[in-house]
Write a protein that binds this ligand. Sequence first.
Ligand SMILES: *[C@@H]1O[C@H](CO)[C@@H](O)[C@H](O)[C@H]1NC(C)=O
Length: 192
Amino acid sequence: MTPPFAIFVLFSLSFFLCCCFNGAIAADLIQETCKKSAQKDPNINYKFCVTSLEAVPKSHNAMSLKSLARISIKLAKTNATRTRSYVKKLSKSKTLNPRDKPPLTDCLELYSDAVDSLKAAVKAFKSKDYSKANVEVSSAMDAPSTCEEGFQETKGGVSPLTKRNKDMFQLCAIALSIINMVSKELTLKEEL
Ligand SMILES: *[C@@H]1O[C@H](CO)[C@@H](O)[C@H](O)[C@H]1NC(C)=O
């Protein structure tokens, strides 16, 4: 091999290895974090956690717990935003059973507030105010269960939002768990 070619090979090889390595670290980080979250919180399903986080393209470059926390809050925000649009559409539907109108109206308001809370959580997390981020995500987490309960109160009502509510609840639980890991990590560092 001529030297320039050898250098080229070495360079490409290290570039390639570096990429694989980064991907592997990110995958490990997600799995480890989800494992810990699922152990601590019975509401969190390990597989749901890994699948949800890995579905975010950015997560493949996540090298730290902090970036994973940010991704998880944004994931809950996107989910809440989509469900809000869906509820809006449902509540305007002509085939809607009048019985479902009041609970849907409540859900729309609940999800709108949840989207605002999650936006505030992203901001708080960015400015390292982890306790505020925790409060905002916790508040958003109330939306799915309150929304679901609304349908149980109507006579013979069946919630059209059960799956979405469950997803949202769990995504908030995951975000909360990772935020708490980040703030714990920080306290440990400060104690040293
Ligand atoms: C919410 O997140 C879950 C889990 O990642 C996903 O399966 C579901 O499709 C999302 N729902 C919406 C409305 O985005």
